[in-house]
Design a binder for this molecule. Structure first.
Ligand SMILES: [Cu+2]
Length: 162
């Protein structure tokens, strides 16, 4: 009896593994069963859409300490990070060009709105203003960033893309 269920269990696992397939095709339409897909809108190759989770990072003045909270997080390529101007602003998000993976600068160029300079996000002055950075298509590795007005005061952080 025992043996039988073990074997059955194994078979299920094997089937699950064998059946796995990485489909990167965007599920366009969905209704077009049968009809040969007449080449719908081609997917834009330049800026892949963010498909993953959203992470929140607060930019705060905590006592006399300016910081990102959290200042260290791990995300997946395809995720989005939202930076919130909570207190002690203006704050911004700037990435060090030499502290991001190869190829990341090109991705961030397209996924950081309103850059003041390459890899330098705008200053957020309004309370609760949000700055969104998409990591769609971002290569894996560490992305170190800092707040331009508060770098000297130690306001910096790190995102690890897996
Ligand atoms: Cu700041």
């Amino acid at each position: 009896m025992r043996m039988t269920s073990m074997v059955a269990g194994l078979a299920v696992i094997l089937a699950a593994c064998g059946g796995e397939k990485k489909t990167e095709q965007p599920a366009a339409g969905g209704e077009s069963a049968g009809a040969p897909a007449a080449a719908p809108a081609p997917a834009p190759a330049a800026a892949p859409a963010a498909t993953g989770k959203t992470h929140d990072v607060n930019m705060v003045l905590d006592g006399s300490k300016y910081k990102y909270d959290p200042d260290n997080l791990t995300i997946q390529s395809g995720d989005v990070v939202r930076y919130h101007n909570k207190s002690g602003g203006p704050h911004n998000v700037s990435f060090w060009a030499d502290s991001i993976p190869k190829g990341a600068a090109d991705v961030l160029k397209g996924s950081m709105p309103d850059q003041m300079a390459p890899l330098e996000g705008p200053l957020l002055t309004e309370q609760d203003a949000v700055y969104k950075v998409s990591f769609a298509g971002a290569p894996a590795g560490d992305y170190k960033f800092y707040c331009l007005p508060h770098l000297a005061l130690g306001m910096h952080g790190k995102i690890t893309v897996r």
